[in-house]
Ligand binder design. Structure first.
Ligand SMILES: Nc1ncnc2c1ncn2[C@@H]1O[C@H](COP(=O)(O)OP(=O)(O)OP(=O)(O)O)[C@@H](O)[C@H]1O
Length: 250
């Protein structure tokens, strides 16, 4: 089977390397995504998770390695076309100028697609934003509202790979659960891949089949989620999810 999305030996160098330390924020990151998948990305703060996802979306350039989407290297892609397929949703949502409605429409317009009004209304409702005044200036929204509008704005592009950077971090528990359900439904219907950074390990277990654990400047474990949480393969993984070494094999 041809891989849909393949990452080969991806590396990002540190701009200011500390003496004696690794010259890389991350290196030798390789993975194959052969079919639509739900992947969670976990690891301690500062391991380069956001930078990895931003690199996958070509918002930053890799210093080494390759990324191949449906058989074509990123080097041969128009970055705009790449980002339409592989779309990054930031933790700190940035609103475009104008109203909520302008924000929802602009992404489709910028990417040369048509605006799907019905899908927009459905996603707003599922994200518990049905009552939101779409004429309101987007800059006046709360942090949690902005986060959901930014997510929906990206989903309206129907990307094949959705890169989610802690997209429920500003939400209360009910809204976060609603967004989880929205994303799970979307993935089941659209058949796309989600790669989702989260610091909420229960959320990772609930929402993903596969887990990437970043540690020691690389993708240290790439495992089925259930297996990873039952028995990490590395001491760093065990410590991260706090399983004592003598219990991990039980
Ligand atoms: N090329 C680079 N050189 C030096 N520092 C960098 C580079 N790219 C990113 N950083 C810094 O490295 C740190 C970790 O990056 P990043 O935000 O990707 O980690 P993270 O694992 O997502 O962290 P968190 O879980 O706290 O969000 C950040 O302080 C970031 O500014």
């Amino acid at each position: 089977m041809t891989a849909r999305f393949e990452i080969q030996g991806l590396a990002r160098k540190l701009r200011n390397q500390e003496k004696g330390g690794s010259p890389y924020l991350f290196a030798e990151v390789s993975a194959v995504i052969g079919q639509p998948e739900r992947i969670s990305v976990i690891g301690a703060s500062g391991q380069g998770k956001s930078t990895l996802l931003r690199t996958l979306a070509l918002l930053e350039s890799p210093d080494q390695g390759d990324m191949i989407y449906e058989g074509v290297s990123y080097r041969k892609y128009d970055p705009r076309m790449w980002r339409k397929q592989i779309c990054y949703v930031a933790q700190q949502a940035v609103m475009l100028p104008g109203s909520v409605e302008d924000n929802l429409r602009t992404a489709s317009r910028l990417h040369g697609g048509s605006y799907d009004e019905r899908l927009a209304s459905r996603l707003l409702e599922e994200a518990m934003l049905a009552e939101l005044d779409r004429n309101k200036p987007a800059g006046d929204l709360s942090g949690g509202e902005k986060q959901r509008i930014a997510l929906i704005r990206s989903m309206l592009l129907r990307p094949s790979v959705l890169l989610l950077d802690e997209v429920t971090s500003a939400l209360d528990r009910n809204s976060a659960r609603a967004v989880e359900q929205l994303l799970l439904r979307w993935q089941a219907e659209e058949g796309g891949t989600m790669i989702w950074i989260t610091h909420d390990l229960e959320q990772a277990e609930r929402t993903s089949h596969r887990t990437w654990f970043m540690s020691g400047s690389t993708l240290l474990e790439d495992r089925q989620t259930a297996e990873f949480f039952r028995q990490p393969a590395t001491e760093a993984g065990r410590q991260f999810i706090r399983i004592p070494a003598n219990e991990a094999t039980l």
